[in-house]
Design a protein around this ligand. Structure first.
Ligand code: FAD
Ligand code: EPU
Length: 353
């Protein structure tokens, strides 16, 4: 029997750690549990929300539905001449998995060290850091199709991975519960140390454990620890703008940080926010983090309204100053469904935000 908690406090199930409630909270430990939850006649038509570790979520209101904690565990490794093939259940902890592969001499995931969350959530926004994205190590993603209640498998080519994007945010949004991910680690290991700060930390011959340690060190120096200061990592995505707009902005802001992204330019949102003088800007218990302007922290019993007010102010200032619309990376969970900043402040649903 699955344990169901009514009117559960979600503060310990998401990393902003803001007091917020859902009608029901239930843990799924197996595929059978998931199917039982999604076919429970008492919950027909009741909204359901899968949660990994809640490290990319903000509950903007009471969630009038069933929060489903993904606790599907287990992993296997198969070896071929050229690859380590890992099959990992969705509820496995991502940072622990990365550490385990490094300790067991299966390099390849080290640049994605310390990214909080479950393995099964990693494909949704195609997690990335320090020159590597989930898509670079993904073999396939298995999910429970909620229309047919059958398991489906998408090879990595079909997942439509992009910058903080995948099919799971579009066609399959709300229609799929990821149950497993397949990872493919090339035995011919190539170090990825283009990111400046990593290079400086690696002394002597490069190795996967050294890259792992360097990534952990850089992350610990920049990003706030959610157990100390509630946060959900980068609040906004780095915006992608045209080369023309980039060149024009560069005339006014010669120090602006940007990188080529295909035919366009990706701008460092942290720089835009920082340069607009918004570090430390606060409302109630929420503020723009002083060490990394892309992160909004809960420094003193913030409410979701505090976080939203800071986020809206940042968005509007950046829009006014640079004519760039920031989109939030953090997923907003409303009363019955996902929502976004523009819908909340202007009452207009906007698919892009
Ligand atoms: P949750 O927040 O629990 O869920 C996120 C979304 O996925 C929700 O909409 C949820 O409903 C849905 N979901 C969850 N599980 C499933 C499932 N099994 N099937 C279908 N839908 C599901 N991200 C990066 O890319 N790079 C970083 O460097 C990075 N650094 C971070 C640093 C910090 C300190 C924090 C707090 C976050 C950071 N993030 C980063 C964001 C976060 O780590 C990722 O988004 C992560 O993948 C979220 O995993 P989670 O299990 O906590 O997801
Ligand atoms: N910058 C500033 N001021 C700030 C913050 C950043 O000037 O307050 C400048 C930095 O000096 C640097 C540039 O902006 O020149 C980029 O900063 P950083 O290297 O810290 O990375 P980021 O673009 O802010 C992205 C990801 C992170 C990921 C890091 C490392 C997004 C939205 N964020 O951050 O992912 O860990 O790169 O690869 O793409 C997340 O998604 O939650 C996340 C933390």
């Amino acid at each position: 029997m699955m344990h169901i908690t009514s009117q559960a406090d979600l503060s310990s199930y998401h990393t902003f750690s803001i007091e917020s409630y859902c009608d029901y909270l239930v843990e799924a430990h197996s595929l059978e549990d998931l199917i039982a939850i999604y076919t429970n006649p008492d919950w027909e038509g009741v909204p359901k929300l899968p949660i990994g570790t809640g490290s990319n979520m903000l509950f903007t209101e009471h969630f009038a539905g069933v929060a489903v904690l993904n606790r599907l565990l287990g992993k296997t490794v198969t070896e071929t001449d050229n690859y380590f093939l890992l099959e990992v259940s969705a509820g496995e902890d991502w940072p622990q998995l990365v550490e385990w592969t490094i300790k067991n001499d299966m390099p390849g995931l080290e640049n994605l060290a310390l990214i909080p969350g479950c393995a099964g959530t990693a494909p949704i926004q195609n997690i990335g850091a320090y020159g590597l994205e989930f898509k670079d190590v993904c073999d396939y993603v298995e999910y429970l199709d909620l229309d047919t209640l059958t398991l489906q498998r998408l090879s990595f080519e079909l997942c439509q991975f992009g910058y903080r994007d995948s099919i799971f945010k579009h066609q399959l949004s709300g229609k799929a519960i990821i149950t497993k991910v397949g990872l493919k680690l090339d035995k011919v290991w190539v170090a990825k140390t283009e990111y400046g700060a990593l290079q400086k930390l690696i002394v002597g011959d490069v190795s996967a454990p050294k890259v792992f340690d360097a990534v952990c060190k850089v992350r610990r120096s920049k990003l706030p620890d959610p157990t100390v200061l509630g946060n959900a990592g980068s609040f906004f995505k780095n915006p992608i703008i045209s080369n023309q707009q980039f060149a024009k902005l560069k005339l006014s802001y010669p120090n602006m940080v940007g990188y080529p992204a295909g035919e366009q330019m990706k701008v460092a949102a942290g720089w835009l926010i920082d340069n607009a003088g918004l570090k430390g800007y606060s409302q109630g218990g929420a503020r723009v983090h002083a060490e990394q302007a892309l992160v909004i922290v809960n420094f003193n019993h913030a409410t979701a309204q505090d976080v939203l007010a800071v986020a809206w102010h940042v968005r509007q200032c950046v829009l006014q100053k640079y004519n760039i619309e920031l989109e939030h990376e953090v997923r907003f969970i409303g009363n019955k469904e996902e929502t976004n900043l523009v819908a909340i402040y202007q009452g207009q649903p906007n698919e892009r935000l």
